[in-house]
Design a protein around this ligand. Structure first.
Ligand SMILES: [Fe+2]
Ligand SMILES: [Fe+2]
Length: 161
């Protein structure tokens, strides 16, 4: 599958989740269920996207800044997802959760509107196909080993609050 199509397909699942998360009528319980899914899907998507796409375009002038901004946005979202696993106060949890959904919305919009059209122009169909295959393989690998090592590194000292 073409890389951009593969990424967009996974964005669809993420969009459904964060859009539901941002709706006013969504209850805290529903948000927690949404978060459970996001906390697996988002890191798997981000890591695979970084390896299959970002790391391959940091040398391409005119689009390299998308990769560098993307790395930073992924990093922010990952950080908040880790924090959400330890926060106990509901109002703090809900505020962080909303920010995660808003960041995802902004990030995915930017990728789809600004970056992907350039990828379609600058990379040949053959390369996009090859990278799409790579992305799918990485994604299934990363979704099988969700975050265990990463989490243990970040069990924050403030978790006891
Ligand atoms: Fe991304
Ligand atoms: Fe993405």
């Amino acid at each position: 599958m073409d890389l951009v199509s593969a990424l967009k397909k996974d964005h669809q699942s993420l969009k459904k989740l964060y859009s539901a998360g941002l709706q006013k009528k969504t209850t805290l319980e529903e948000k927690k269920r949404i978060f459970k899914k996001l906390s697996v899907l988002v890191p798997a998507h981000s890591k695979s996207e970084e390896q299959a796409l970002y790391s391959n375009i940091t040398e391409l002038s005119r689009i390299e800044h998308f990769a560098y901004e993307g790395f930073e946005e992924h990093h922010l979202v990952d950080q908040l997802i880790r924090e959400l696993k330890t926060v106990r106060e509901n109002h703090v949890w809900e505020a962080k959760f909303t920010v995660v959904c808003e960041l995802l919305q902004h990030h995915i919009d930017e990728e789809e509107k600004d970056l992907f059209p350039k990828i379609n122009k600058m990379l040949s169909p053959d390369i996009r196909k090859e990278l799409g295959k790579e992305y799918r393989e990485l994604f299934s690998e990363h979704s099988k080993s969700p975050q265990k090592e990463q989490e243990s590194k970040y069990i924050p000292t403030h978790a006891a609050h």
